[in-house]
Design a binder for this molecule. Structure first.
Ligand SMILES: Nc1nc2c(ncn2[C@@H]2O[C@H](COP(=O)(O)OP(=O)(O)OP(=O)(O)O)[C@@H](O)[C@H]2O)c(=O)[nH]1
Ligand SMILES: C=C(OP(=O)(O)O)C(=O)O
Length: 318
């Protein structure tokens, strides 16, 4: 009885008043299998797409530039990281502004990404949410301007996996929603490291590229408080504050206008699609796949789109 009551409370704690509708096609798996997705990814001019070969080969290399070339848990040095992204990272140096501490909030996986249920189904949705968070955090840690990633989550599995990647994890102690979780993360970071600039970054950016994040953070380093609008132009994927400036997060729904009204400067940058591309719906996921997603998301999507295994009787009708 106690367990049932706890589960209900936990669910209502993370419930959203309004859920954006998934505008995807009626058949989500068909949507992910459609031709354009594969074609766009295969011929991605940036070389970062999810190729059909990387879909097929279970352990094959991902073409995404944030695919780690180091063992899980082994944090690369900043210098090594800077050269990993090749040409994209060449213009970003450690001296471009302060070191950033990134706050990444993450709901318990069993509740996260509810708008992806029509696409992923109840069974795969939590692992897809985890894959998004792993690819987001992995790319953030590979960004040369980032000196720390603090994940705010109550989820034990996510905490374990993200710690193994090199992130710090703190529980969602307030338990009063996304903005309270971020305020908690901000005070934790500022107590430990008062000289850090702080930025909140959503955990649902599976196409995130370290070099694009570096461009956004370099621009944020020139303003006292700033934000980046999401791909839909309605929400926010990153909110940044320089040392000594309060973050004042106002995420949720139409947060772009709220952050604007709060006095934060909007970062009007081109070419940072991977930082804007949050994934809430099946349509968003298809757009992220076209940009090129990280290796964990690629692997989960492969499971989503894999044809059902033939049964023993199939093909035996000769
Ligand atoms: N720690 C923590 N993170 C949260 C909370 N609510 C949302 N988040 C995270 O904040 C980011 C944006 O969240 P939402 O889009 O509201 O939620 P979501 O789980 O991603 O998706 P939906 O369930 O479809 O709304 C994601 O990284 C979430 O995991 C919360 O109450 N606590
Ligand atoms: C939390 C936000 O977005 P979403 O709910 O679309 O992930 C936001 O943009 O503030």
């Amino acid at each position: 009885m106690l367990i049932v009551g706890f589960t209900r409370n936990a669910a209502s704690r993370y419930q959203k008043p309004i859920l954006r509708r998934d505008t995807g096609t009626p058949s989500p798996l068909a949507l992910l299998r459609r031709g354009p997705l594969r074609t766009v990814a295969q011929v991605s001019p940036r070389g970062g797409g999810l190729s059909s070969s990387s879909i097929r080969r279970r352990d094959g290399p991902s073409l995404h530039p944030n695919a780690p070339s180091w063992a899980p848990g082994e944090r690369p040095s900043r210098r090594r990281t800077r050269h990993q992204g090749g040409r994209e990272n060449d213009t970003v140096r450690d001296t471009d502004g302060p070191g950033w501490a990134l706050l990444v909030p993450l709901k318990p996986l069993r509740l996260a990404k509810s708008r992806l249920t029509p696409t992923a189904g109840e069974a795969l949705r939590p692992s897809l949410a985890l894959a998004f968070a792993e690819d987001t955090v992995s790319a953030a840690l590979a960004c040369p301007l980032v000196r720390k990633v603090l994940v705010v989550t109550d989820d034990p599995l996510a905490g374990e996996r993200l710690t193994a990647l090199g992130a710090a994890v703190t529980p969602d102690r307030p338990g009063r929603g996304l903005n309270a979780a971020l305020a908690h993360g901000e005070s934790t970071v500022r107590n430990e490291d008062p000289g850090a600039a702080v930025a909140a970054l959503n955990a649902d950016l599976p196409a995130l590229r370290p070099a694009e994040l570096a461009r956004v953070l370099a621009a944020a380093g020139e303003r006292s408080r700033s934000f980046l609008a999401d791909a839909a132009g309605v929400g926010t994927t990153l909110l940044a504050a320089m040392p000594g400036m309060p973050l004042e997060p106002a995420f949720g729904g139409r947060s772009r206008s709220r952050h604007d009204a709060s006095g934060a400067t909007e970062l009007l940058l081109d070419g940072v699609e991977s930082v804007r591309r949050d994934v809430d719906t099946g349509d968003d996921l298809r757009d992220a796949l076209a940009l090129g997603v990280g290796p964990r998301t690629a692997a989960r999507v492969r499971r989503l789109t894999a044809p059902a295994a033939p049964t023993a009787s199939a093909g035996s009708g000769r």
